[in-house]
Ligand binder design. Structure first.
Ligand code: ADP
Length: 279
């Protein structure tokens, strides 16, 4: 049941009484649950045949069924790339239904941020080298551990770093930094959202990429939103990455925000709560 209570005032702002509204939302919640379940099942069912198509296309591309001529190879590669895009999209949708239905179970651990980062960087290394990005990591030794779920942390870092790579032209710079910070040091309005005086690690991922227009900034965490920018076509994507990242950061008790200047670059900040014990 959804409850709301508001005062009823007369024209002199004197309280006449109170208005209590009780709304039975059982049907809405049930409809939402059914919608999520349907999307979840559909996505699972789609993933199986897509995985088969991907496997056989890979076999073809590698010449497993005989040598291909140039045109054939180009077409097979196109099928492969699109299949992979579709599988990524399905995985993202599955992830969103999990987040929305509240069925994500977190495995809380004390983790080294630097270790989590190096795993993600290793995974993205080929993209980084391909685009000849200059990657600088400045993480001081002895930072406290964070309290998080390793898999979710990986997903968060992966999406944000992949975006930095995607939206930064070849030869650009990507800088990753981290430091310990108290909530009171945060900019408003972030400060009021987080617990007072709790210790956080503040991770920043900066790039010298295309940047985000001020009017687009509030929308980049929305589902399927993709800003107009010169790299959009080349960069590929679904517009779902950040809409998954934001609720995951919040599930971990943290906060994510962004500062950006068009043509100069963007910095994504991620604050995550520090674990009780020291590194
Ligand atoms: P995708 O990258 O798949 O389009 P995301 O949800 O990850 O989706 O990002 C949403 C949009 O935010 C992107 O399409 C892009 O316009 C913008 N964006 C995200 N990260 C950056 C960045 N580092 N630099 C510039 N624009 C960015």
């Amino acid at each position: 049941i959804n409850v709301s209570l508001s005062p009823v005032l007369n024209e002199n702002d004197r309280t006449l009484g109170a208005l209590l509204v009780l709304r039975d939302i059982t049907r809405e919640v049930e409809a939402d649950r059914m919608k999520n379940e349907f999307i979840g099942t559909m996505s699972h069912e789609l993933r199986t045949p897509m995985t088969a198509i991907k496997g056989f296309t890979q076999l073809l591309a590698m010449g497993g069924l005989g040598q291909l001529n140039d045109t054939q190879r180009e077409f097979v590669n196109t099928i492969y790339n699109n299949t992979e895009r579709m599988i990524n999209l399905i995985n993202d949708v599955l992830e969103i239904t999990k987040i929305e239905s509240g069925s994500i179970e977190l495995e809380w651990r004390s983790l080294h941020l630097a270790e989590a980062l190096s795993g993600v960087i290793a995974e993205l290394q080929s993209h980084i080298s391909q685009r000849q990005h200059q990657l600088t990591i400045s993480i001081p030794p002895g930072l406290p551990l964070i309290r998080a779920d390793a898999m979710r942390l990986h997903q968060i870092l992966y999406h944000v770093l992949l975006n930095a790579v995607k939206y930064t032209p070849a030869g650009g710079k990507i800088t990753i930094a981290a430091r310990e910070i108290l909530n009171v040091d945060f900019p408003e309005p972030v400060r009021s959202i987080l617990h007072t005086n709790h210790r956080y690690l503040l991770l920043s991922i900066s790039d010298t990429g295309v940047g985000i227009r001020p009017e687009d900034l509030p929308r980049i965490f929305d589902r399927f939103f993709r800003a107009e920018n010169p790299l959009k076509v080349e960069a590929g994507g679904t517009g779902l990455g950040l809409s998954i990242v934001k609720p995951l950061v919040q599930l971990l008790g943290g906060h994510i925000w962004v500062e950006s200047t068009v043509g100069q670059g963007s910095t994504f900040y991620i604050a995550l709560p520090v674990a009780a014990e020291r590194a």
